[in-house]
Design a protein around this ligand. Structure first.
Ligand SMILES: Cc1ncc(COP(=O)(O)O)c(C=O)c1O
Length: 368
């Protein structure tokens, strides 16, 4: 009888089902019958509890731009943990990372850190509301912006429930009606629809949030005319334009906005800016960020912890414009690769692991 090569993972999954709902604390990384449980990473490779090695195309959802266990990252983490992993006080490292980020985007005049991309989206919404004195947010249908209530509207709307103009559809059961009322939805690349919606509710809308390269809407960059039209429209109506670049920031040295344009008022960042450690940030116009800094508390026990800040600074110092260009070239080469893994089309016929991995590679390779 052949030995199950995932035996220890199967045993862990059985234990997990007794303590974690559906067997996994992150639904994103679970797939049937169970995922392999990882114990080690090294460069582009990861090893599971049964000793199987995998080429890690998931790359921690694109976070680990330098791969696993980069010696500089390990050194910095060890140094900082020996000095203190977190303080109830600022450290020089948050200033250094903010300076580095500021140097990467002309619209990043001020930066506030937080712990995740979802929290950063929330913080950007609050800042926009406080600055404009208006409470409604506009988002694009089918676009993911993390897991806060106001972001989780119309993530999976369908022709059956979106109506003539997209309705605000709950993603999570029993979403409070007030949340659905606060979030208006419009369709990507339909400037006429956005203009109708924004003009009709202009005095109530604080911000429009878009992901310039929305992954769940097919990783197709928004059309330039749409972004430019939205920019002009929001400016005219006194509405803030927020870019969610939690993923898209890796599209270029100045993120997607540097590559595809847009000049947002606020940008939400996360993932790669912490070099593999939990992070989120809002970067944007000095007047918006300064005026709202006092009224919009940005707390978080682990916010701007020195480990994340130091690793993030190291990653940024190492990622210059030419290395990002190289990453894109590698991504394009991978997308042309003839290996069957790269030729699979339907997410349904692949494991989630591969799906995420493929997504990760392709997302740095697509062109406008
Ligand atoms: C575009 C986008 N925005 C926001 C988020 C939320 O970030 P986090 O998972 O760090 O909360 C994600 C996460 O994948 C994302 O892809």
């Amino acid at each position: 009888m052949t030995r199950n090569p995932l035996m220890q993972s199967a045993e862990l999954a059985a234990r997990a089902r007794q303590v974690l709902p559906s067997g996994c604390t992150r639904s994103q990384v679970w797939f049937a019958p169970h995922p392999p449980y990882m114990v080690k990473g090294e460069g582009a490779w990861i090893t599971d509890v049964d000793g199987n090695r995998y080429l890690d195309l998931a790359n921690k959802l694109g976070v680990l731009i330098h791969g696993h266990v980069h010696p500089d990252v390990v050194r910095v983490v060890q140094e900082q943990v020996a000095l203190g992993a977190c303080f109830a006080a600022p450290t020089p490292h948050e200033v250094a990372l903010a300076e580095l980020l500021q140097s990467r985007g002309p619209s990043f005049e001020r930066i506030r850190f937080i712990n995740t991309g979802s929290e950063a989206v929330d913080l950007a919404f609050k800042a926009a509301r406080a600055f404009t004195g208006r409470s409604r947010i506009v988002k694009l249908e089918g676009v993911y912006h993390g897991s806060n209530d106001f972001a989780e509207v119309s993530n999976y709307s369908t022709p059956e429930n979106w109506g003539n103009e997209p309705a605000s559809v709950a993603t999570v059961p029993a979403t409070p009606p007030g949340v659905l009322d606060s979030v208006l939805v419009t369709a990507a690349n339909d400037l006429a629809m956005a203009e109708r919606l924004l003009s009709q509710h202009a005095t109530e809308i604080a911000a429009v949030i878009v992901d310039p390269v929305p992954p769940r809407a097919g990783m197709r960059p928004l059309e330039r005319d749409f972004i430019e039209g939205l920019r002009a429209l929001t400016r005219r109506l006194g509405i803030l334009l927020i870019f969610d670049e939690v993923i898209a920031f890796r599209f270029g040295f100045s993120g997607a906005q540097g590559r595809f344009g847009g000049a947002p008022d606020l940008t939400v960042l996360g993932k790669i800016i912490g070099g593999g450690y939990p992070v989120g940030a809002v970067a944007g116009r000095a007047d918006v960020m300064e005026t709202t800094a006092a009224s919009v508390a940005s707390s978080g026990t682990f916010t701007a912890n020195p480990v994340t800040m130091r690793v993030g600074s190291g990653e940024h110092a190492a990622v210059d414009a030419s290395s990002l260009h190289l990453t894109r070239c590698n991504g394009r080469a991978a997308a042309r690769c003839t290996h069957p893994l790269f030729r699979r089309r339907s997410p349904a016929d692949t494991g989630q692991w591969y799906r995420v991995g493929l997504f990760s590679l392709l997302s740095s390779s697509r062109r406008h």
